[in-house]
Design a protein around this ligand. Structure first.
Ligand code: GLA
Length: 701
């Protein structure tokens, strides 16, 4: 709810309140919900600003940096007016959140230049999230240059916040990293032209009074800054990265930032719950928003490039027998693509490998009783491709320089409308001719040689993103029934921008269950499990050499959207039976596992997740014993999210028997995991992670 009284504006969600002094552009309060009231006068003037620009005696990092026509950088944005918009405005060319939220528009003007800064605060009451964006309007008669525009400035009281980031690398995404911000500037950013494996845009600031979560609805370069002098506040800035950013704004033009989101919560568990609700309700959209996602089999780790139609059909048969619903044909089906050095851009069928073409193969798979999915990597080009030979200018490279190759490939210059239209045409054709029900949209390198003829260098990164969003939005709109899964060598572009188009995302190229536990746990801090694609793969694992039991590999995937990525024709009869049981169990509990409220579980040497139905009548917990020591402490766990006042029947999946316990005991007591370790299984699986899945059912009164 948005309410105004004089210069004060209250933004209330179910559990939080933000109070603004619109005239002073200051935050007076942001935290747990306040009772009704307007006596904020004594809280004014603490200097926690909503915007900042150079030119005043204020030296924390700035939210807006302009180069004016007069040659100076100064700007003094003074309050002009505010309005409450009943309909949330779209941000031209960019993805953004949607839904009930009412939007506050605030206008500030720099009088000498007549440049206006608009700030937008959209309130999502149900998920306790506020979405914030900024817009610059050049009201002067001359061109100005925009050097930085943060989407959100939130000055937090005090300093010494613990800043949590989700960092990693290829195959090791979203590792929880925390440090105390003792002063100076801390930056979490990406300059890779993608939100990145290395530093996800989701960040948390933890203080004595609670935790604040920040994210950005953008898939390109981002920057989250925490700046404090020992002056009693910490400035948080969230937005596009200003690295190599220099945007020309002619008289009368405007520039809109992507949207940042911010959420206050008393602790990390509540923060994740709120972010999950927000992403599920106000970011993910379309036919698949609340629809149960199919159990798929993907051939990548089963065959890599080495397949033909007989192999694929045999895999599809065995996938069907095990209970899978969708077969995904991954990389290698097009051009002359038998390795990763060629053919990107040649999106026509390799007739030999597909046994007569994609349409025919897809039909045969559908006849087996599975729906058909296809892999594409639309933004890339191999130099060894017909596309490159006929259109070398489509590639992103700087004239006179040898371009940097990654995985042997170059990128397309998606900032060019001709290239965008080409991609829309050829990728739409792949989807139409195969009648695909699912598309995996991959992106396997970072940007290096940013250049497009006629494009100002300082505008390139963002123009690429605008081009990318134009392409992906048109394709997704054209195929509303298709389930799109994003991918960027795993989770390299796992962000809110992409989730506006792709309801789910390939979380990591590392499919080792042990590694996946921390990758998925980190990812799930800011993103719901319905977006987290997780596949059971072969052992020893192809990335790490680790071995884990089929049971553990499956249990880990129950924390997300289940798939299998291995050669299903190699299952032993026992494995086929086990996988059948797994898929049957998953399907039976899919609604709960994919759309229930998910919590993290922990204990000494223990990791886990717990997914609880909204009515709290049922729940499933996956518990993992990460370490084992002789005579180590007895591992224990506290369950979460249950109804404290009711009794539950608890069983272990795959085991006889059950026990009863009250919700409050299950949540507050240290449940002994005495029988989690068994020597025989440990030896058989070379010391892999031990696991249990607990099933909770409310005892009927
Ligand atoms: C990337 C993806 C993988 C697979 C390969 C195919 O690495 O993350 O899942 O699709 O590309 O080349």
């Amino acid at each position: 709810m948005i309410r105004k009284k004089g210069q004060f504006i209250r933004l209330d969600t179910v559990n939080t309140t933000m109070v603004l002094d619109a005239e002073a552009a200051e935050y007076l309060y942001y935290g747990s919900k306040l009772n009704a009231g307007w006596e904020f006068g004594m809280y004014a003037g603490a200097g926690r600003k909503m915007l900042s620009a150079p030119g005043k005696a204020e030296y924390l990092d700035y939210s807006v940096v302009l180069e004016n026509a007069d040659g100076g950088f100064a700007a003094d944005f003074v309050y002009s007016k505010s309005k409450v918009l009943v309909e949330k405005p779209e941000i031209a060319g960019l993805p953004s959140s949607y839904g009930e939220g009412k939007t506050l528009e605030l206008k500030y003007v720099d009088a000498p230049t007549k440049v206006a800064l608009y700030l937008y605060y959209t309130v999502f009451e149900d998920s306790d999230v506020i979405a914030v964006s900024a817009k610059i309007f050049n009201g002067s008669r001359k061109e100005i240059r925009l050097r930085r525009l943060a989407s959100l400035q939130l000055d937090l009281p005090g300093d010494g916040y613990e800043v949590v980031t989700f960092e990693g690398s290829w195959g090791r995404e979203c590792q929880y990293v925390s440090r105390v911000h003792g002063g100076g500037i801390f930056i979490n950013d990406s300059k890779r032209g993608m939100s990145s494996h290395t530093r996800n845009p989701f960040v948390i600031a933890k203080g004595g009074q609670g935790v604040y979560g920040f994210n950005l609805v953008y898939s390109g370069n981002h920057k989250e800054t925490f700046d404090s002098e020992r002056g009693g506040l910490t400035r948080a800035l969230v937005g596009m990265n200003d690295f190599m950013f220099d945007w020309r704004l002619a008289a009368g033009e405007e520039f809109a930032s992507p949207e940042a989101v911010v959420c206050y919560a008393p602790d990390e568990d509540a923060l994740s719950g709120r972010m999950h609700a927000f992403v599920s309700e106000h970011i993910i959209r379309g036919k698949w928003k609340r629809r149960e996602r199919p159990v798929l089999v993907n051939n990548w780790e089963g065959t890599y490039f080495n397949f033909n139609s007989e192999k694929i059909l045999a895999m599809a048969e065995s996938a069907k027998e095990a209970g899978a619903e969708l077969f995904v044909l991954d990389d290698g089906w097009f051009g002359k693509r038998d390795n990763d050095a060629c053919s990107l851009g040649d999106w026509y069928d390799n007739v030999e490998k597909t046994g007569g073409g994609l349409a025919e193969l897809a039909d045969k798979i559908r006849k087996i009783g599975l729906s058909f999915g296809i892999w594409v990597e639309p933004e890339m080009i191999s130099e060894d491709s017909d596309l490159y030979r006929s259109h070398p200018n489509f590639a992103m490279k700087i004239p006179g320089r040898t371009p940097t190759r990654m995985r042997h490939q170059l990128m397309l210059n998606m900032a060019d409308e001709k290239v965008q239209n080409y991609v829309i045409r050829v990728i739409s054709d792949v989807i139409s001719r195969s009648d695909a029900a699912y598309v995996k949209w991959d992106f396997n390198r970072s940007m290096t040689d940013c250049y497009g003829k006629g494009i100002v260098a300082g505008e390139y990164f963002h123009r690429y993103m605008l081009g990318y969003y134009r392409v992906v939005s048109k394709i997704v709109k054209k195929f509303p029934f298709v389930l799109f899964e994003g991918c960027a060598s795993g989770g390299g572009r796992f962000d809110l921008g992409n989730l506006c188009y792709f309801p789910q995302y390939w979380t990591s190229d590392d499919t080792d269950a042990r590694e996946r536990i921390s990758i998925q746990r980190g990812t799930a801090y800011g993103y719901p499990q319905s977006a987290i694609a997780a596949h059971v793969s072969a052992c020893p694992n192809h990335q790490t050499g680790n071995t884990n039991s089929l049971r553990t590999r499956f249990a880990v995937c129950c924390g997300g959207v289940l798939g299998y990525e291995l050669d299903t024709t190699k299952f032993t009869p026992e494995e086929t039976e086990e996988v059948k049981e797994q898929i049957a169990f998953y399907k039976q509990n899919r609604k709960l596992l994919q759309f229930g409220e998910q919590y993290r579980l922990e204990g000494a040497g223990i990791e886990g997740f717990m997914t609880v139905a909204k009515d709290k009548n049922t729940a499933i917990a996956g518990v993992f014993l990460m370490e084992r020591h002789t005579f180590g402490p007895l591992p224990t766990v506290r369950f979460k999210g249950l109804n404290a006042g009711v009794s539950y029947e608890v069983s272990v999946w795959g085991q006889e028997g059950s026990f009863r316990a009250n919700g409050d005991l299950l949540m507050n007591g240290d449940f002994p995991l005495a029988d989690l370790f068994d020597f025989e299984t440990a030896v058989k699986n070379s010391g892999g992670v031990m696991s249990r899945m607990y099933i909770f059912k409310k005892v009927k009164a």
